[in-house]
Write a protein that binds this ligand. Structure first.
Ligand SMILES: Cc1cc2nc3c(=O)[nH]c(=O)nc-3n(C[C@H](O)[C@H](O)[C@H](O)COP(=O)(O)O)c2cc1C
Length: 374
């Protein structure tokens, strides 16, 4: 199931796609590199492992504070916890100074287990931008250059930057950022095809993304608005990017990576995505199995966090903590199934593994009965 199996049909590799695979020492897949985006609160080792089992070739940690690492905050280091069986993972860092980010990049490399380091230059959340990090960097390509150059000299791992088109549609900054990244020796750029002012809404600007790709001398990974195989296929065809990155549509939906990969390898375009129809109808046994696997890994990760923090929680507290962590994934896996709305409003009542599994089974049974009725 892993993305590393070579594709036979309709090979689409370009030298930059090959370069991108080589950068992370991944066997050529024949199609653009398919990645799971960094998402704070979601892309921990459990979600990343599930995504890798479904063809995500490269994944990213949650956003991790450079200062938190430098101050040895255990909660910050927890964000870099890796699980066995994951695809190659990038350590995704945020911060606002060359010194802190260079120091943090060095620490991440020394810790080991990461195939590269990624700088966050696109997060629009106030808590991050008010300190000059994330999307605040977009208005200062010169600082982006200094940060990346400092990171470049502190780590020998592949270095990437994830950014946006600019602060708002009236101010395109991406070409200056691209130049800064290239001048600093960055190995690849990830472009979220929206402006900071758009947050996560609206369509990505594929035309601008295509222009970035045309000008870049380093590989470009495109991100934004990939909700289906069609969207991924379209972004690749219209922009020529070397990699595709999926964020929200991968939550509770790891199959999207396999679907994009299959669409890129097929000789015919995939079916056009109709957002009013929601996700494709999936096999209920497969949903249940992935959910239970995810729940198991989530538990393993939680136990590891507790052990690292030297917490001696009782079994009951552990189950409660697991239920809270898992809520956001649970609802997304079951979204669109009969009974999922009821479940959504009762998520707070789930306080143990057993209650979660009972909720999963109840929802799946309701959907099965609905499908059986035709
Ligand atoms: C809940 C959530 C958390 C996110 N956290 C991060 C983050 O830590 N770092 C980052 O660069 N982008 C973050 N993003 C942005 C995504 O990586 C991605 O750029 C954005 O959602 C657009 O992709 P999409 O349209 O496929 O969702 C986050 C987005 C969401 C919805």
């Amino acid at each position: 199931m892993l993305a590393t199996k070579p594709m036979k049909n309709n090979q689409q590799s370009t030298p930059m796609i090959t370069k991108l695979h080589q950068l992370f020492q991944l066997p050529e897949s024949g199609t653009p590199l398919i990645c799971l985006a960094p998402m704070a609160g979601f892309t921990d080792g459990a979600m990343r492992r599930i995504a890798s089992q479904h063809s995500a070739a490269l994944t990213f940690t949650e956003m991790t504070s450079a200062m938190g690492l430098l101050y040895e905050q255990s909660k910050t280091w927890q964000l870099l916890e890796r699980m066995e069986g994951e695809a190659p993972v990038m350590g995704h860092l945020y911060g606002s100074t060359p010194e802190s980010l260079a120091g943090a990049a060095r620490m991440v490399e020394e810790r080991g287990g990461f195939v590269g380091i990624d700088l966050n230059a696109g997060c629009p959340v106030k808590k991050i931008t008010k300190n000059g990090a994330g999307a605040a960097l977009i208005s200062n390509p010169r600082l982006i250059y200094k940060i990346l150059a400092a990171m470049r000299s502190s780590t020998s791992l592949p270095l990437t930057v994830k950014t946006r088109l600019g602060p708002h549609p009236g101010k395109v900054a991406i070409f200056e950022i691209l130049q800064a990244a290239q001048d600093a020796g960055t190995d690849a750029i990830i472009v979220h095809g929206r402006f900071t002012a758009q947050g996560h809404g609206g369509d990505p600007d594929l035309k601008l993304l295509g222009e970035v790709k045309a000008r870049a001398t380093i590989p470009v990974i495109g991100n934004g608005g990939i909700r289906s195989a069609w969207d991924g296929w379209r972004m690749f065809k219209e922009t020529g990017v070397d990699g595709l990155m999926v964020a929200r549509s991968a939550i509770g939906n790891p199959w999207i990576f396999e679907e994009i990969r299959a669409a890129l390898a097929a000789s015919e375009p995939p079916e056009i995505y109709d957002p009013t129809r929601g996700r494709p109808r999936r096999d209920l046994k497969a949903i249940r199995q992935v959910l239970l696997d995810h729940l198991d890994i989530q538990r393993e990760l939680l136990m590891r966090h507790l052990a690292l923090a030297d917490c001696k929680e009782g079994a009951l507290e552990i189950e409660r903590a697991l239920a809270v962590t898992f809520q956001c994934h649970l609802f997304r896996y079951l979204s669109g199934l009969k009974g999922s709305s009821y479940l959504r409003s009762h998520l707070r009542n789930l306080k143990s593994m057993d209650s979660i599994i009972a909720a999963i089974d109840g929802c799946i049974e309701r959907e099965r009965a609905f499908r059986d009725r035709g």
